[in-house]
Ligand binder design. Structure first.
Ligand code: FAD
Length: 459
């Protein structure tokens, strides 16, 4: 009997079977597919514990969707692929295209070793690099016109979910599922495509229509929580975009998805901005060296309740509300006068949804050193932000037991009340009003020295 023709599907940031163009393309041109996930030691060495624990669970979920046929191999991508191509006499290796530096370089190395990769689709509705200014075909540097260009470009409808996936049974050697434990004292969301679809359905039914009103309130479950699923590709952004209408709430949600795409595009066009200042003049600013105050920020012990609640949420859940991501980032840069990269690295270590582009540019946006119209002199007031976006103090109470005894009127400024510190909550490490002025002074220094420069362009 003739043996079946086979294509490899190399899964990376696309741990799903629904709306997966590369999987569909591989299935169309072969009798069977060989689904593979390759563990990369370098990636593991740098990744956070919670993220790894989540990834381990996501791989199990993908394996289940594939009828327990997922080949999980620990090793070098080139060697593993060469071995599997020979073993299965595979014709092609199919992938979703990667655009960020690490993934793109890895794929280039695989191709340089003589393995042809067939790219179909990407982790984005519109692949980075595609949306260009009609006037001169250069990339956008500002979000709002990018958004318009992105909408005008449009995206395909979601790909069909395969009914049956034929794949060979892997031997024990190719079932090297990692056993990353969930760190003690932490809770991470349920992983996998089914969990992503379930959560999105729940959000669509209960949260989407009020998204524009509720998305900023830290204590409310008012956002989609899709970031982790998108990060691992357990759901594709097209799936999120397909049912959206024109209401204000739906439009706001579409715009948030577009921020993810914008930052991926910006990083693609300016590859060094994951670590370097997008606006280079800010590299010359006077910053402090990290010390005890940085440690207090990391541990959620700055003495500012809204900041500390958020930092504790990050460490325990591996996720933080967008509003508080901005507040803690502003606090690190403008109140503690530390460079944004320090906070970016701490987030990378703890976020389960850690995404190189959204994280670096979320930091740079808040620091005022990035692409858009959030100027450096915009300094978030951690007390006012708490009052506005956690009015009753429920978010603070949830993560800071030392403040749970305080009322809504007291909880944002425990230093004003007799029993504010009675349960061991730390005193403020800095005075926000003073540091705000200091931060603006430092801005003046670089403004005086250098005029505004255009953003650094990649080669
Ligand atoms: C300092 C800082 C660091 C950040 N780091 C990350 C990160 O590592 N990974 C990450 O996915 N997001 C990051 N963000 C963006 C944003 O905070 C999260 O995407 C959002 O909080 C995730 O929750 P959600 O899925 O419920 O969002 P929703 O409000 O439901 O938004 C839907 C989706 O839109 C996208 N999105 C929303 N807001 C943003 C934004 N500001 N920038 C980019 N994409 C956005 C996300 O994919 C999100 O899942 C960061 C923001 C800041 C200010």
């Amino acid at each position: 009997m003739k043996s079946p023709s086979r294509n490899i599907v190399w899964f990376r940031r696309d741990l799903r079977i629904g709306d997966h163009p590369a999987l569909c393309a591989a299935m169309e041109s072969a009798d069977e597919i060989v689904p593979v996930f390759i563990l990369n030691t370098k990636q593991i060495a740098n990744a956070g514990e919670k993220l790894l624990a989540y990834m381990g669970q996501s791989l199990r979920a993908l394996d289940k969707s594939l009828g327990n046929r997922l080949h999980v191999v620990d090793g070098d991508a080139v060697e593993v692929l060469q071995e599997l191509i020979a073993l299965y006499d595979a014709k092609e290796v199919h992938i979703s295209a990667e655009y960020e530096r690490f993934g793109a370089q890895r794929d280039a190395r695989v191709e340089a070793a003589g393995i042809k990769l067939v790219r179909t689709g990407s982790p984005y509705a519109v692949a980075p690099g595609r949306v260009l200014k009609p006037s001169d075909a250069t990339p956008y540097k500002v979000y709002t016109p990018f958004y318009k260009g992105w909408c005008a470009h449009g995206w395909r409808a979601p790909a069909k979910t395969p009914k049956e996936i034929k794949a060979p049974q892997p031997s024990e050697k190719y079932r090297a599922f990692p056993d990353f434990p969930t760190p003690a004292g932490t809770t991470i969301a349920e992983a996998g495509e089914a969990a992503a679809l379930k959560r999105f359905k729940e959000f669509t039914n209960k949260g989407l229509d009020s998204y524009d009103e509720n998305r900023n309130f830290a204590a409310i479950d008012g956002t989609s929580k899709m970031s982790t699923y998108l990060k691992f590709g357990e759901i594709h952004p097209r799936t999120l975009l397909q049912g959206l209408g024109e209401s204000k709430a739906h439009d706001t949600f579409r715009k948030e998805i577009a921020w993810r795409e914008f930052y991926a595009d910006v990083l693609f066009n300016n590859p060094n901005t994951d670590t370097e200042y997008y606006a280079p003049r800010f590299a010359d600013m006077r910053y402090d060296k990290p010390g005890a105050q940085f440690i207090a920020w990391c541990e959620g012990k700055t003495g500012y309740p809204f900041v500390d609640a958020a930092m504790r949420q990050l460490v325990v859940e591996g996720w933080m509300h967008n509003r508080t991501r901005m507040v803690v980032a502003s606090f690190l840069v403008k109140d503690l006068h530390l460079e944004w990269q320090l906070g970016e690295r701490f987030f990378a270590k703890h976020l389960v949804d850690y995404d190189v582009a959204s994280n670096a540019h979320g930091w740079q946006w808040t620091a005022g050193t990035g692409t858009d119209a959030s100027p450096y002199y915009r300094v978030f007031n951690p007390i006012e932000q708490g009052r506005r976006f956690d009015e009753n103090g429920d978010y603070i109470r949830k993560y800071i037991p030392e403040l749970a005894h305080l009322s809504a009127a007291e909880i944002h400024e425990p230093w004003l009340f007799l029993d504010g510190y009675s349960h061991g909550y730390p005193e403020r490490i800095v005075d926000h009003a003073v540091e705000r002025i200091e931060s603006l002074e430092r801005l003046k220094e670089i403004k005086a020295e250098k005029p505004e420069q255009p953003p650094r362009r990649s080669s």
